[in-house]
Design a protein around this ligand. Structure first.
Ligand code: N01
Length: 541
């Protein structure tokens, strides 16, 4: 179909969704159910978002399956998980199941990357363009682009001179890469790095890990699931679990602990943390949210973590590098990764840990990586596990222009990130972004995105009922939201870590907390208050 015919065919489209991960899939399903015509443009070649792109060795979700799935009954009633923390292949299969059950693909254009969007004031429609020459003119634009989808590439001198192969974890070749028997270098020790490292160390000839900040990773407690457990979940538990996850601070299951950490005696603290460490899915951060706000509670948690991890590392130098005496940043202010034998890997004879704080990377040479001490670390394959321009990156890279024709990326970099309810932006009418900046996205997962997508459907339904054509956040509401997000962030310890939570991981990016840190219950309450007040903070015309 020519691009003209395509545009003509979809000229009455109500909603264009960008991205077919969890939020895009759920948003499409719910919009169609509410009677809106909707389509998704997806850059990848299948449903799954993150789980399509992240196919590096060891890729696995680090949220438990109980809460990391859609609550849609058509989906869960005949799907069974095999592991508590499913691997990437199982998640891809899950999305195929979602597709089949909800019949999504008929309204998705794959391999279609959205590059631009302009709000046409005269028709009150967005004009959306794609890399493959497609145009759509929806009334509403919903960006479900994910919080971690724009890879962050380091700009070391010499990167292009490397004679081996380089892969970023989030752009790993779909056909896989044979690492067996190779000399492999991994730059970055976040969640992606931890997984690649522990998966590849047993099979490569040599693994050189370039660590800038130690990862304060927690034990994964992986386990296989039985069919009997799954039956019980479906027959009795899922509805309760899905309700509970919407009520918890983090979108997970509620904490089993009622007493704040600092109200326990040191012995009680030790016993409680020990019990959580060994037995449960909750570990300290989820059980005691005050760890993220109170320096003293944080220190108790770090010291406990450090002492437990140190028991697993024999070499005193490695011990200090991986689990230092003094915390590199407050515990939990970078998103905690989950690990399985990560700390043991470094004691293998074929693994070298390079501390790039001590000996920074100077350049990439044709043969490998040269560090400041003059050593050239020779590798065949270089893995960039260097993370993402998170939360704002995937939105800002779309040349999206609002009513004053300013691209959103430009607005955010010159004036600072501004959103209202972490869902909309003044000057960009009829546009929403579930799972984006200034919402609880970084820790809240499917519970939050379902809430946000439902909120959007309710909003569009309200507009249809009252015959409104346009909705736009006011600059005042946006400014107040930004101030509230900041005020909450300042109560906690997040600014003391350089991470994607604040944008500090991206050179040159303005450092500001990009997540709503007040927890899911407060967030949903504020969004509901706006809706119940006739979409307070928005102008509807
Ligand atoms: O990215 P990260 P990620 N030189 O930003 C280092 C989700 N996720 O892809 O800490 C040297 O956490 C950087 O060092 P430092 C999850 O929410 C989930 O691992 O900035 N090093 C850090 O070690 C996660 O939190 C899953 O000092 C450089 C690493 O690269 C989020 O995505 C799996 C560097 C980046 O870590 C991001 O995780 C994977 C440089 N120039 C991801 N630049 C699962 O669910 C960066 N680094 C399993």
């Amino acid at each position: 179909m020519s691009s003209q015919d395509y545009a003509e065919k979809h000229k009455d489209l109500d909603v264009l969704i960008v991205g077919a991960g969890f939020s895009g899939a759920y948003q499409l399903h719910k919009l169609r159910k509410a009677g809106f015509s909707a389509k998704i443009f997806e850059a990848g070649s299948r449903l799954g978002g993150t789980w399509h792109w992240n196919c590096y060795p060891g890729a696995r979700v680090d949220s438990e399956y109980l809460t990391y799935q859609l609550s849609t009954e058509e989906v869960w009633k005949d799907w069974s998980w095999s592991e508590r923390f499913p691997g990437r292949d199982e998640l891809v299969a899950y999305f195929e199941h979602v597709d089949k059950k909800l019949d999504l693909s008929r309204d998705i254009d794959f391999d279609t990357r959205v590059t631009g969007a302009t709000f046409d004031v005269s028709t009150e429609r967005w004009i959306v363009s794609t890399q493959n020459g497609r145009t759509a003119r929806p009334r509403f634009l919903i960006l479900c682009t994910g919080f971690a989808s724009k890879p962050l590439l380091p700009n070391y001198p010499g990167l292009s001179s490397f004679q081996g192969t380089i892969h970023h974890t989030a752009r790993w070749p779909q056909q896989g890469v044979d690492l067996a028997g190779k000399r492999v270098g991994v730059i970055g020790t976040g969640s992606s790095g931890v997984q690649v490292i522990q998966e590849t160390a047993p099979i490569v000839a040599h693994l050189t890990v370039f660590q800038r900040t130690p990862n304060l990773a927690l034990p994964m407690h992986q386990s296989k699931l039985t069919e009997a457990e799954q039956v019980q979940l479906k027959e009795e538990l899922y509805p309760t679990i899905f309700r509970q996850r919407t009520e918890s601070f983090t979108g997970g299951l509620p904490s089993p602990i009622r007493t704040p950490l600092l109200q326990l005696t040191p012995e009680e603290q030790r016993l409680t943390l020990e019990d959580l460490w060994v037995n449960t899915r909750f570990w300290a951060l989820l059980a005691f949210p005050e760890i993220l706000f109170d320096e003293r509670a944080n220190e108790v948690a770090y010291n406990f973590w450090r002492d437990r991890v140190r028991q697993r590392i024999a070499d005193p130098r490695l011990r200090e590098k991986l689990a230092p005496e003094t915390a590199p940043h407050p515990f939990g202010t970078k998103r905690p990764s989950l690990e399985r034998r990560y700390f043991e890997v470094f004691s293998q004879p074929n693994v070298t840990l390079v501390d790039v704080q001590e000996t920074p990377i100077l350049e990439i040479t044709p043969r490998g990586v040269r560090t400041k001490d003059g050593v050239e670390h020779v590798v065949d394959i270089l893995v960039l596990a260097t993370g993402f321009d998170a939360l704002t990156g995937s939105i800002a890279e779309i040349n999206m222009r609002g009513i004053d024709n300013t691209p959103i990326g430009e607005k955010w970099s010159s004036k600072g990130v501004g959103t209202y309810l972490g869902l909309a932006c003044a000057g960009y009418p009829n546009m929403f972004f579930p799972y984006g900046p200034q919402a609880p996205s970084a820790f809240c997962g499917p519970a939050c995105l379902e809430f946000q997508c439902d909120w959007v459907v309710d909003c569009l339904t309200y507009m249809r009922k009252h015959k409104y054509a346009r909705i736009e956040a006011t600059p005042e509401a946006e400014a107040a939201w930004v101030a509230r997000v900041e005020e909450i962030a300042l109560m906690g310890l997040w600014y003391r870590a350089k991470s994607w939570y604040t944008g500090a991981n991206v050179p040159g990016k303005r450092v500001v907390v990009l997540n709503f840190m007040g927890g899911q219950p407060l967030y949903t309450k504020l969004c509901r208050e706006s809706a119940e007040g006739g979409y307070k903070g928005f102008i509807l015309t």
